[in-house]
Design a protein around this ligand. Structure first.
Ligand SMILES: *Cc1c(COP(=O)(O)O)cnc(C)c1O
Length: 489
């Protein structure tokens, strides 16, 4: 019988660790070479039936032996979605840098929880350097400050809590909310904005929808209208949350006129840059973010276009002190413009979570080791792949784009042509997209997703993988054509 101490034995960690890294390196190669299906599709109940739960009888402390460990990891690898496969172009998660995964392993071994300085001193310092770097890239100015948190959803909630504290006009944190509030958001905003305000108790009208233009960007007429309507309905409008970019179509709301509108009406400007803020690192593409320097708060996910393993999110405040008031039990922050007496080096004061992973330190390591240029090249590479797909689809008369792509996201549909007319529409056409997607995903060479836009179903790809080649993209469109003709017969 092994002791509990045996499970901490450094040499067995060394031996197993070397074998696990070998296994992962082989896995990376086979995924990159397209030797595995992107997603081995299996229904939830079927997969569940393959795995029984932990049982009391497995109590001899022996189950972390090297071979069993490797067997387990092999199964995990086999039965997961393979984002390193160049045919992965589905949701917006990064193809993570293998070196970043190694740094994450260091965090897992150290387990410095970061809520207070002494439980993560270096992680805290490195996170601060990354926050400064990101704020500077957005042009937020020397008063900016921020903190890392676990994911864009939590980041948006945190920013909107700050907005409420700044703009409610009374001490909501202490006394509770006394009347209904709203934040104006485009109808294309990520659902987590609505979830955040509903979590705060604002109800379904907490996220007041603003309609969008033909590019799925917030309409300025719509913004004026929504403001009047929300106020007319007796709601205190405290903020506008702009998407940069939106999740479904990758559309960038026009920040300069939205910022003017916010100035005019004394509203907080939050920019949800979870996906698109990374474009700030690219000379070629940063123009999409023009005006973001005027935001009161910005959320930026580094586990999307920046190659970090999930989760890795920065919340940035133009007036850094705002971030210190979010979870403060002392409401003086709300109204006092003197510097916060909370210290920057105790990050737990500014996050919903207490313990958190050293995600800023991982980002620091990668930014320092690879250099900013790597990230710029990565963004440009993803955008270039998007342009390849866009131009192929434009050249195919039987494909329709939802809008011109603004980020690395492309939404499109296949419209079957008979002669020069189509005889599918409405629900039938939607079902055709769903079946097409299913066929392509089942085949294993690609992973693409789908989304509803104005009630219709569209195919959706996010070009996340710099190893995706022009041939991969040609073959995707080819494969869709072939699957479509099989389905139509
Ligand atoms: C991905 C995304 C989110 C959610 O972020 P998570 O890190 O998945 O919680 C929020 N907003 C936008 C615009 C996004 O693209």
């Amino acid at each position: 019988m092994r002791t509990i101490q045996d499970s901490f034995e450094p040499d067995s960690f060394r031996d197993t660790g070397h074998r696990v890294v070998d296994l992962l390196a082989d896995y990376l190669r086979s995924a990159q070479k397209r030797a595995v299906p992107v997603l081995p599709t299996i229904a939830p109940e079927e997969l569940l039936s393959l795995w029984d739960g932990p049982t009391q009888t497995q109590g001899d402390h022996s189950d972390d032996s090297e071979d069993r460990m490797l067997g387990f990891i092999r199964e995990v690898l086999n039965q997961s979605n393979h984002v390193h496969h160049p045919g992965y172009m589905g949701h917006q998660v990064a193809v993570p840098l293998p070196a970043a995964a190694l740094i994450e392993m260091v965090h897992a071994v150290l387990n410095n929880g970061m809520a207070v300085y002494e439980m993560g001193q270096l992680q805290t310092v490195l996170e601060r350097r990354v926050v400064e770097f990101l704020a500077e890239k957005l042009g937020l100015g020397s008063g900016a400050d921020g903190v890392f948190t676990h994911g864009g959803s939590l980041g948006n909630l945190t920013a909107l809590l700050a907005a409420r504290q700044a703009n409610a006009g009374y001490d909501v944190w202490t006394h509770g909310q006394q009347h209904p509030m709203s934040v104006l958001v485009s109808e294309q905003a990520h659902y987590c904005i609505a979830r955040s305000v509903q979590t705060m108790g604002w109800g379904a009208q907490g996220a007041w929808p603003v309609n969008t233009d033909e590019g799925f960007r917030m309409s300025m007429d719509g913004l004026h209208r929504a403001f009047d309507q929300a106020q007319g309905a007796g709601r205190q409008v405290i903020a506008v949350a702009a998407s940069a970019c939106s999740t479904a179509t990758g559309s960038f709301d026009p920040i300069p006129p939205i910022a003017d509108f916010c100035d005019q009406h004394g509203l907080w400007l939050h920019v949800d840059g979870a996906h698109g803020a990374s474009l700030a690192l690219s000379q070629r593409h940063r123009h999409r973010l023009t005006g973001i320097e005027r935001a009161d708060s910005v959320v930026w996910d580094l586990h999307k276009m920046m190659g970090m393993p999930a989760l890795s999110t920065a919340i940035l405040f133009r007036e850094g002190r705002r971030g210190y008031g979010v979870f403060s039990q002392d409401a003086s922050y709300l109204f006092d413009s003197s510097p916060p007496d909370e210290q920057w080096f105790n990050p737990g004061h500014r996050t919903l979570e207490c313990t958190k992973r050293g995600m800023g330190a991982t980002a620091y390591g990668m930014l320092k080791l690879l250099g900013c240029r790597w990230f710029e090249d990565q963004i440009d590479a993803l955008m270039e792949r998007t342009a390849w797909l866009e131009s192929l689809l434009r050249d195919s008369p039987d494909f329709e784009l939802a809008c011109a792509p603004q980020a690395n996201i492309v939404c499109f549909r296949h419209i079957p042509l008979t002669g020069s007319s189509t005889d599918m529409s409405g629900t039938e056409l939607d079902q055709h997209q769903a079946r097409l997607r299913e066929a392509v995903v089942q085949d294993g060479s690609y992973y693409i997703v789908q989304t509803h836009l104005h009630g219709r179903l569209w195919l959706r790809t996010t070009l996340m993988n710099p190893m995706t080649t022009r041939d991969d993209i040609n073959n995707l469109v080819d494969g869709l054509h072939k699957a479509a003709s099989r389905l139509i017969q």
